[in-house]
Ligand binder design. Structure first.
Ligand SMILES: [Zn+2]
Length: 499
């Protein structure tokens, strides 16, 4: 096919990833019509294409969470200030980013609306809900028979953001937060680690994002937690995205909220609690893991449309071609086929080339074009998003198999690409702070190095904007001396710059 469209010559997204990764990211979000950051400072409007991606993630993860015997619930958006004050390190961790409601009314003063009716106790707009879940759990839990209690909530949270970035850091974002209570440390820890493994497999199997699973260092822990677990993903610019976290909270929150129970010996004990969450920031991770210089590239599992069919409508043949396009769609759907709402026949009155490019930028895995020639030969011409400049052809009778294979190819291709990038992006040949400085000045990626376990070594990395992303569960750093100060190694640590 001739390069009729100007975009065929260069790339559809400007700037490119190599020129300006941050600018490229913003432009992909805009071109794919995922979201905008326009109206309220720090907040985003998630547009239909982006919101559908979130719904597809949500649907899959919700199944997995409920299969783990969690029940979905809904708790208030407002948390009384006193609830937060009862867990000192928790409130300290979130204090700098809280939105606080102090009034409940507006009065008109000389035609200007001013807040009035001050609240006796200010309300915090939830930044996370451990404290308010704890309050109800303390009312619902009396005996070991009430445990474990496993609850989950899909909702929005607010953390005031000074440097907002669409999907990655927004003042309001959507998430899922699981909260559980148990009768022992072992039982709670098992749940925290189970959620951690659920996130790892969800990211890898569903989003094609391989991650490094591990534990957070003390300074990076969730405020109030005893231990925090994370899956760390590497973006194409080598920076890390914390893609999902789960926490063993010990008895800290149970003590603060009085979640106690009578054990089998009829003795009163505090429960052990956990929490875990993933958010709309995962959409940002998908963009920065898979996108290319022509826009978004979607793992089929979260593609709002897995196949888009663009009929080439010209003159007399239009009616017959359109009918054929619908026949193609019908052949792909139905029992054992693609879900009908994931196959789109695009009939808007724009040039086929423009339509195709708009779906390339939106990351659709397979874009088919059917014209008079396809109709005559009962074939379909299509492109797979990974190498969308190449045209392929399938006969009508082989369509289903061809499309299923193409979707598998995209899934496998994205996963493979991301696995290689992660593997090649982890450097374990850095042994001193000087080498570390040199590395993060000139390139990006993760450094797997020995760490003495002391927080002053983490503080020494702050000027480089480098932090310990995690103590990996399955990676071992070579060397016996801390890469920062040479003290004896206690942990293997994954160092990186993060979003
Ligand atoms: Zn050290």
């Amino acid at each position: 096919m001739p390069a009729a469209h100007s975009q065929s010559a260069g790339t559809a997204i400007s700037p490119t990833r190599a020129d300006d990764f941050a600018g490229w990211y913003q432009e992909v979000v805009r071109a794919a019509e995922l979201a905008t950051m326009a109206h309220v400072r720090g907040c985003m409007v998630i547009r239909p294409w982006g919101y559908r991606m979130w719904e597809l993630m949500q649907a899959e993860l919700d199944l997995q969470i409920r299969a783990r015997r969690h029940s979905n619930v809904y708790f208030p958006l407002f948390i009384p200030l006193s609830y937060l004050q009862s867990e000192a390190s928790h409130v300290e961790g979130f204090a700098k980013e809280m939105a606080v409601v102090t009034h409940h009314r507006l009065d008109s003063v000389n035609g200007v609306l001013v807040p009035a009716g001050p609240l006796e106790e200010p309300l915090v707009v939830r930044p996370t809900s451990e404290t308010i879940f704890g309050r109800s759990m303390s009312e619902w839990i009396h005996s070991y028979r009430d445990l474990p209690m496993r609850l989950n909530q899909w909702c929005n949270v607010v953390r005031w953001e000074m440097r907002p970035r669409v999907f990655l850091r927004t003042t309001e974002f959507l998430w899922q937060e699981g909260h559980t209570a148990h009768d022992s440390e072992a039982a709670a820890m098992a749940d925290a680690l189970d959620a951690h493994e659920m996130y790892r497999t969800f990211a890898e199997d569903f989003l094609c994002i391989p991650t490094v699973p591990g534990e957070k260092s003390a300074s990076e822990r969730f405020p109030g937690a005893v231990s925090s677990y994370t899956i760390e993903a590497m973006m194409q610019d080598g920076r890390a995205v914390q893609a999902g976290t789960s926490h063993y909270l010990g008895q800290n929150f149970a003590r603060a909220a009085d979640i106690d129970f009578l054990d089998r010996k009829d003795e009163r004990q505090h429960a052990h609690t956990t929490s875990f969450g993933i958010s709309t920031r995962l959409i940002g991770a998908v963009i920065m893991t898979h996108g290319d210089d022509d826009g978004l590239v979607l793992p089929p599992a979260i593609a709002p449309s897995q196949v888009v069919i663009v009929p080439i409508l010209r003159g007399e043949s239009s009616g017959a071609v359109l009918a054929y396009a619908h026949q193609v769609a019908a052949a792909l759907t139905g029992p054992d086929g693609i879900n009908p709402d994931r196959v789109l026949v695009e009939t808007s009155e724009q040039r086929a080339t423009d339509l195709r490019w708009s779906y390339v930028k939106k990351g659709v895995p397979v874009i088919a074009e059917v014209g008079p020639r396809d109709l005559a030969s009962r074939t379909v011409t299509y492109r797979v998003r990974l190498d969308h400049h190449a045209l392929r052809t399938a006969g009508f009778d082989d369509l289903r198999a061809a499309m299923a294979a193409a979707l598998r190819e995209v899934h496998e291709g994205l996963l493979q690409q991301a696995r290689i990038r992660l593997r090649e992006g982890i450097h374990s040949d850095i042994t001193t702070l000087g080498e570390m400085e040199q590395f993060f000045r000139s390139r990006r990626g993760f450094v797997l190095g020995a760490w003495c376990g002391e927080p002053d070594c983490e503080a020494a990395l702050k000027p480089l904007a480098v932090s310990i992303r995690c103590i990996p569960q399955h990676l071992e750093a070579p060397g016996e001396a801390c890469v920062v100060d040479g003290r004896p190694k206690r942990f293997s640590a994954l160092f990186g710059q993060s979003y």
